[in-house]
Design a protein around this ligand. Sequence first.
Ligand code: GUN
Ligand code: FE
Length: 573
Amino acid sequence: MTIYAAHVVDTPGDPFAGDPAAALAEDGALLVCDGVIRARGSLATLRAGHPGEPVTRLDGGLLVPGFVDAHVHFPQIRAIGGLGMPLLDWLEKCALPEESKLADRAYARAVAAEFLDGLVASGTTSALVFGSHFAPAMDELFAAAARRGLNITSGLVLSDRILRPELLNSPETALADSADLILRWHDRGRLRYAVTPRFSLSASDDMLDACAQLLGKGVWFTSHINENLAEIATVAGLFPGARHYLDTYGRHHLITPRSVFAHNVHPGDAELAMLAEHGASVAHCPTSNCALGSGLFPLRRHVERGIGVALGSDVGAGAGLFLPKEALQAYFIQQLLGDGGLALTPAHLLYLATRAGAQALGLGGRVGDLAVGKDFDAVWLRPADGSTLAVNLRHARDTSDALARIFALATPADVAGVWIRGERATGSLDAEAGAVGAPAAVAGDVLVDAEVVLGLAEHHRERQLAVLEFDDGELELGRFGGQQRAQRAHGHVVQLAEDGLPALGGRVQGGELVADRVEPVQRRGAPLPDQGHAFDRVVRAPAAHPVPVEEHQGHHASVRHKIVCGYYPSAAI
Ligand code: GUN
Ligand code: FE
């Protein structure tokens, strides 16, 4: 069990259903056991109720639920930034040529890793992922997602017309390949399958019929709809008997509570009524809609009918994987709609980036907020000291205001940590560190509770304790030298001597180690912050000692995600 001490903020309520501020909740600590939140409250309460449990301090910033992306294309991670084209041109010139490359399984494997690592680095822990047109590429995606413990719903993309020939499959192969993937991946751990015709523009009635047969297997459904006026006109021409775009799916019984339709920028009232009637959800993709000039999403019309709307990054048409950016763009769009828009508050934005997606994906009972019983999927947003976001957080009036500043300013560089079902996935010191006491700290270990340790160099005559530089989840060696200090570091860092007493260290403030500048022997025993202070990490020095500082620096490029701690036993000094 671990107690996380943090400014926990989430939206267990629905800000679209009543007073938005009432949808927000906040607390000072969570107790996590086996990846699940077991208690929530103030740090004092949880500590009193669970004495002896290690405390991980996440001081500064906010701890929010892992983001939920309701629409993102994994084969497009290398195709972001194709500006200046409307949807159909962009597909032809930008997206589809890249997607064809996933026919090569090794290529798909590399893309899957880049995509999933990108999601995690952006704080996204659950996603409905538009897949590849190639079944082996889907195996790569699912396998890589399982390794990372991510909550991924995805499926083989199906098309049988209009697109480049290598992206087409027949309804028969679509059925066989999808059924095989469903058997092997659906409901395996945190993975689920979604039947995924690309859009009815590229899927004939026979293909949509095959999709309907697959839905009988209890899986999810996703596709595109009403994104762009030229697309809508083409679909109308291809399905002369359909009442509207949604009806091309509806005629095949593909509109269900397990269906998520991306975009819906230009819906008719009859389509909205039909979505509401069948309990289907919509993924709103704000930066994509703006980049492709698709239009301004009518959020109010959806909300008024009770249609669930979640956020999608829609990478590669979208401008990145970071959902707070989508939330901000959603806010901008509603502002631009004037009276027709729905003014979004910070609570709305957090809800859209987290719980709304969980609800749309039917995962609201497991993720999307940080209530007791939910999986501990969480993002620690903690900006660098001195950054404009840090300055703004310091001046926030209250939690809602702090959230507003986060949505205005945060980037993936502010993701100081991500937890996936209790496992720390980024900003991780886990590889070579654990909670104090497990294992017990030994001589040479460095105890750390700094939120971010960024190159702390203690200088005492010729003796140096060189610790870590830790930036965006990446650990690098500090630059050592009497004049050099970490640029930003707060907390406590203590190195233990042979007798187990603190030999060197103290409180770190703004990159400076604050300790009495006295002889080393007199320091012993001095700088521990408080009796019983809970350090949250033990950094074990590497086995080979002593390692000259220059050598550490030489390895600079190769120490990603590893702790390297310069330790200089007395003999080496
Ligand atoms: N419609 C069909 N395919 C796509 C796609 O890849 N991206 C977007 N934004 N819309 C689509
Ligand atoms: Fe899309």
